[in-house]
Design a protein around this ligand. Structure first.
Ligand code: AGP
Length: 622
């Protein structure tokens, strides 16, 4: 949450920072701000509430802020309401100020994360003569750096290190010091921060897309590290102030994949990129018709020894885990528990020593998923990360990493990363089933062949998008939508329902079809839209009966099934078909019309589908 960009170099900083922030806006977008230094002049700070375009307008696209060194921020509020005063950058000076102009401050900075002990630190600073103009924890941390800087008459690195020892919580901070023109300092704990250096320029950013246009060679900052950037060079320090040597990582994503490429929104572009996301992910794991997990260092022996699987994740990644659970249990006959990371971290689960904890995450930075991973590791349980962002914290800390190759995902509502996560889960399930002797080699080969056809079948589903667009406009004013399904269909319903509520703001719920009559059916009335997912042949009749129960209460029924199941039309008012495939993989097809339904409904309601209200893509706070 919150996007940070920093730049020091030879070009004008403000337009570069605005461009970088525009690629990070998915991390938060309730306000934004810039602090720019022109040579040795004081920093000038400009902030604006709302989307980044307000800041761009206010600064004439950065032209009104000359200078080659600066920091920028796009905010997702945690402490303090989303207004201009609370927007970043924050300054160490005491004056309440809102107009743009030079600031009489020794330290100015931007922050992503949460400072847990900020009240206590604020009191300490108040006792030492500091005043506060905002309700943010960020202002506290910046004033704390200022306090140590002046009290001990030390340099920026030492002042930042003292702050890091004192502060509890998570943060990525980028700071400028009045006495050090042309220099930017960064610090991090549990919130992502990358540094890029190229020629005479240095960049800091919370995520790769912000600087991809300028460099693909990046350093990942480690926890409790500090960095000093000057144009074209960076030095890293540990908590003792000693230099840390680091290797660079080459980002292989191409810059175009972080652009809209002719589509109206990132979400619809990413829905269309699913065949490629699935194809690339499968082809990175399947070699010569066999699943090869050597890249993740997952040997057959490890899989054979695994006695229990825990899948831990949040949101859509948790839904991918739900689908994975059904497939692993059915194919590999291995017990699986799927846990919400935010619950897992505080439950005193008795984890089996030969368990495998699989953490699924697109960003690899989700705070709850990261905490769950660390708990599993502390308990000595083997961990596997299924992650999309290369070099992310979860990927770096897990024992094993299986990368999904969805490429950069910009829309806040995930689609192609979820699709790639399903692909990874299918591969894990198939290999577990083979090495545990639950799947004979012929069926294993046949299932892999079928799996490799899924990307083309997703293309076929996308060809039918016109019907879904029409249907979405018909129900764009719905009050409530219910998604029902059993087994794997329930897992897919969960994801369909989340897409609907995230981007259309229509209240929607997903229910295990058999559970509806235990309470929720009381909400069904005339014309309530009930969407039945019916792809599992052995469960279709059961779910159809539940749909009929809804129809008897006035519901309008949409059925989602595979070609051939034409009897659904006897019950449903509107039916969508997806190509036939193995029942374990059909969720990858069935989810696509549901993603389109959420997308087109959001568009029909005139909403900002790429950046829905109140959300952020990477939830790096608890
Ligand atoms: C999905 O559309 C959401 N944006 C959200 O539920 C997301 O899947 C969740 O926050 C987990 O994120 P992660 O995959 O980056 O860990």
């Amino acid at each position: 949450m919150c996007g940070i960009v920093g730049y020091t170099g030879t070009r004008e900083a403000a337009p570069i920072l605005l461009d970088g922030l525009s690629r990070l806006e998915y991390r938060g977008y309730d306000s934004a701000g810039l602090a720019i230094r022109n040579g040795t002049e004081l920093a000038r700070v400009v902030k604006a509430t709302g989307k980044l375009k307000n800041l761009a307008e206010k600064t004439d696209n950065g032209r009104s802020l000359p200078g080659t060194c600066g920091i920028g921020h796009t905010r997702w509020a945690t402490h303090g309401e989303p207004n201009q005063t609370n927007a970043h950058p924050h300054v160490s000076g005491n004056a309440r100020r809102s107009a743009s102009g030079p600031v009489e401050s020794d330290v100015v900075g931007v922050h992503n994360g949460i400072i847990e002990n900020f009240e206590e630190l604020k009191q300490k600073l108040l006792n030492n003569g500091y005043q506060f103009y905002s309700g943010t924890d960020t202002e506290v941390v910046i004033k704390l750096v200022d306090y140590y800087y002046k009290k001990y008459k030390i340099g920026p690195v030492d002042a930042i290190n003292r702050m890091m020892v004192r502060v509890k919580g998570s943060y990525a901070l980028v700071l400028m010091f009045r006495d050090y023109p042309g220099e930017i300092y960064a610090a991090r704990k549990d919130s992502p921060m990358i540094i890029g250096v190229t020629g005479e320029e240095s960049f800091a950013a919370s995520d790769v897309p912000a600087i991809l246009k300028y460099t693909r060679t990046v350093y990942y900052m480690g926890n409790l590290e500090c960095a000093r950037m000057i144009p074209g060079s960076v030095t890293f320090y540990d908590l003792n102030g000693d230099e840390v040597q680091k290797d660079t990582t080459e980002i292989t994503w191409d810059a175009e994949s972080a652009e809209k490429g002719g589509f109206e929104h990132f979400m619809i572009k990413e829905i269309h990129e699913q065949p490629k996301a699935m194809h690339d992910t499968l082809n990175s794991i399947i070699r010569d018709g066999r699943i090869d997990l050597s890249g993740a260092e997952l040997t057959d022996e490890i899989l054979q020894k695994t006695s229990q699987v825990y899948i831990v994740a949040c949101g859509s990644a948790w839904h991918a885990g739900m689908a994975g659970q059904y497939v692993i249990e059915d194919l590999a006959e291995l017990p699986v528990r799927v846990e919400l990371a935010s619950e897992f971290r505080y439950r005193k689960l008795l984890l089996e020593k030969d368990a495998l904890v699989i953490v699924i995450s697109q960003s690899g930075e989700t705070a709850d998923s990261l905490a769950a991973l660390r708990i599993a590791r502390e308990k000595g349980i083997r961990t596997l990360a299924v992650v999309n962002v290369v070099g992310s914290t979860i990927a770096r800390e897990a024992d094993h990493v299986l990368y999904t190759l969805a490429g950069p995902e910009i829309a806040v509502a995930t689609t192609k990363a979820y699709c790639a996560q399903l692909a990874a889960m299918y591969c894990l399930a198939l290999q577990m089933a083979l090495v545990r002797g639950r799947l004979d080699p012929e069926r294993y080969t046949a299932m892999i062949e079928e799996l490799l056809t899924i990307p083309d079948k997703i293309e076929k589903v996308l060809e039918d998008k016109g019907r879904i667009q029409w249907f979405s406009s018909k129900f764009a004013n719905a009050q409530d939508v219910f998604f029902i399904g059993r087994g794997l269909d329930y897992a897919i319903s969960l994801e369909g329902s989340l897409k609907m509520k995230e981007v259309s703001y229509i209240h929607s719920e997903s229910y295990a079809a058999g559970e509806l009559k235990h309470g929720t059916i009381s909400l069904v009335e005339d014309n309530t839209l009930v969407i039945g997912v019916l792809t599992q042949n052995d469960l279709i009749e059961k779910t159809t009966s539940n749909m009929t129960e809804c129809k008897a209460r006035g519901a309008y029924l949409m059925g989602l099934t595979s070609y051939g199941n034409y009897s659904i039309e006897d019950v449903a008012d509107f039916t969508i078909y997806v190509p036939k495939t193995d029942s374990h993989f059909v969720g990858s097809l069935a989810v696509v019309p549901l993603q389109l339904l959420g997308y087109y409904t959001g568009v029909a309601r005139g909403l900002d589908v790429d950046k829905p209200r109140n959300l952020a893509k990477s939830v790096t706070v608890e």
